[in-house]
Design a protein around this ligand. Structure first.
Ligand SMILES: C[S@@+](CC[C@H](N)C(=O)[O-])C[C@H]1O[C@@H](n2cnc3c(N)ncnc32)[C@H](O)[C@@H]1O
Length: 243
């Protein structure tokens, strides 16, 4: 059987999860969400993109003077978010049905681009991380809150073994952090372990200045193309292994 993380599969999983999502993943993962919003600092007018806003469980954590855009692939999760935003009068939060792999925002739009518990849910995490970087302004913050494959070989082998199963509850358990960051040309300024047990990472990256981005793009164009080719090959291999 092929690894089943496709957009349509994910939409189906979250249609089933929506009624129980907050119960299952609310309080248990809340400490990480609180830490991430704290990491954003507080400057009036900060433009935030939340990638995979789900039921809007983060929405009330943002300061009222932020401008927050939340996107999600699942219209059912978004409907729940909409109810929450209306019920709690969170006028600073706008919601859009959108694929994180194809963001319809211009380059450099947001001060903060934040993916809470989403990057291991999408079929192509590298593409999504690159999109996050693209829409973040130079000097802005990219925050990824997620579980990643353990550096302990025994734990990692269990995470690899169960990843085909965890896909059925909407995420993969064996996503490797350093490869993801290097392929997306992101350099972490900090990685903090959060939640209890502390097996989730809050990864903070700052988008380089425009000049540096442009020059690194020019200098490493061939390297990025080669990396893309390797990524495609690895994805194909991962899929074949789970056939
Ligand atoms: C585990 S939930 C995280 C929800 C919320 N951010 C939280 O803190 O609990 C992952 C969310 O990502 C959404 N998602 C999955 N693939 C996506 C994609 N390609 N583009 C946008 N959202 C996606 C799912 O529909 C789901 O609502």
């Amino acid at each position: 059987m092929r690894f089943p993380l496709t957009n349509s599969f994910i939409v189906g999983v979250y249609a089933k999860l929506e009624p129980v999502y907050d119960l299952l993943f609310g309080a248990a993962l809340q400490a990480g969400r609180v830490a991430a919003v704290r990491r954003m600092g507080h400057r009036a007018g900060t433009r935030v993109l939340e990638v995979g806003i789900g039921t809007g469980i983060n929405a009330s954590l943002y300061p009222r003077d932020f401008q927050v855009v939340g996107i999600d692939l699942s219209s059912q999760m978004l409907a729940k978010a909409k109810q929450r935003v209306q019920r709690e009068g969170l006028r600073q939060v706008q919601l859009h049905n959108m694929d994180a792999a194809h963001l319809s925002f211009a380059d450099d739009t947001f001060d903060v681009v934040y993916a809470p518990y989403t990057i291991s849910v999408v079929p192509d995490p590298v593409r999504v991380a690159r999109e996050m970087r693209r829409v973040c302004r130079p000097g802005g913050i990219i925050l990824i809150l997620n579980h990643f494959r353990s550096s302990n070989p025994m734990v990692a082998s269990v995470e690899r073994a169960i990843s085909g199963l965890t896909a059925f509850v909407g995420f993969r358990s064996d996503l490797e952090l350093s490869g993801l960051l290097s392929r997306a040309q992101l350099t972490p300024s900090s990685i903090d372990m959060v939640n209890v047990p502390p097996i989730w990472s809050l990864v903070t990256c700052t988008k380089n200045s425009l000049r540096h981005e442009n020059s690194s793009h020019v200098n490493s164009g061939a390297a990025v193309a080669a990396e893309d080719q390797r990524h495609t090959t690895e994805n194909t291999e991962t899929n074949s292994k789970t056939d």
